[in-house]
Design a protein around this ligand. Structure first.
Ligand code: ADP
Length: 244
């Protein structure tokens, strides 16, 4: 479903991603861990082409882009539509209801009928436990509920791949669980996901593979039972000791 080959990215003369390669099977969950500043968010943003990589090829399902070459606009739009992103904080439209937030993309961008988008959105809101909140405004919701709306909004675009950038790091501790539960549900429904998180216990439960990134390189990757429990690299071990 996802193949990342030789991604590089510099900001000015700061080479942030040096050579990132990995693959993820359809329906699998990849958790990306690593120290602050190691390039995790930059990897996710490259996967969605929010920041285009300088070099490397990314394939998501049947759309492949070589970022070392000039990328046509239409091809870039097709590529971007393959994935949905959930950010640290939700970025919901404050003047729109929950339902309006979720149908905005499908109706405006994908030109789907309002009736169909609405019925899909209500189903999605139900699945993230917010069926009763459709007509409320973001400010009426808790941070965890807002983040779940953010997830429903990304799902509404029917992406092939879901990307999560530290989806619980801006939440009060008591609200983290409800968001992680929703992400776990998505995993069991077979969504293909790449998740940047510091929640190691969650990673152990949900990941099929864990990538430990440091200094813009994948230092170690493998199943969570290996990378998180008995890593081969000293740097992975040191990182885990610091955060656990
Ligand atoms: P992480 O998610 O692992 O904390 P990031 O991917 O956010 O790391 O950042 C990696 C490095 O790239 C950091 O040194 C950060 O300052 C730098 N960086 C990220 N985005 C930009 C940008 N838009 N312009 C300049 N530097 C950036």
């Amino acid at each position: 479903m996802l193949e990342v080959a030789g991604i590089r990215k510099a900001f000015g003369d700061h080479e942030v991603l040096k050579d990132i390669s990995f693959t993820a099977a359809s329906g699998s969950v990849t958790v990306v861990i690593g120290p602050s500043g190691s390039g995790k968010t930059t990897v996710l943003r490259a996967l969605n082409a929010l920041d285009q990589a300088d070099a490397g090829v990314i394939t998501i399902a049947d759309v492949s882009v070589d970022f070392g070459k000039k990328v046509e606009r239409a091809q870039l739009a097709r590529f971007r539509a393959q994935s949905g992103m959930v950010f640290q904080s939700h970025n919901l439209f404050p003047h729109k209801t929950v339902l309006q937030n979720v149908i905005e993309g499908p109706v405006i961008v994908q030109k789907r009928s309002k009736a169909e988008a609405k019925s899909d959105a209500l189903e999605l809101l139900e699945s993230v436990g917010l069926g009763a909140k459709a007509d409320q405004y973001p400010y009426q919701l808790s941070g965890g509920q807002q983040q779940r709306v953010g997830i429903a909004r990304a799902l509404a675009m029917k992406p092939k791949l879901m990307l999560f950038d530290e989806p619980t790091s801006a939440l009060d501790p008591e609200l983290v669980g409800e968001v992680l539960r929703v992400i776990k549900d998505l995993a069991s429904q077979g969504w293909t996901m790449v998740i940047v998180t510091h929640e190691i216990r969650f990673a152990q439960q949900v990941a099929d593979q864990v990538l430990f990134i440091e200094g813009g390189l994948v230092v170690e990757s493998g199943p969570p039972g290996k990378v998180l429990v008995d890593p081969t690299q000293a740097r992975t071990r040191q990182f885990l000791q610091r955060i656990l």
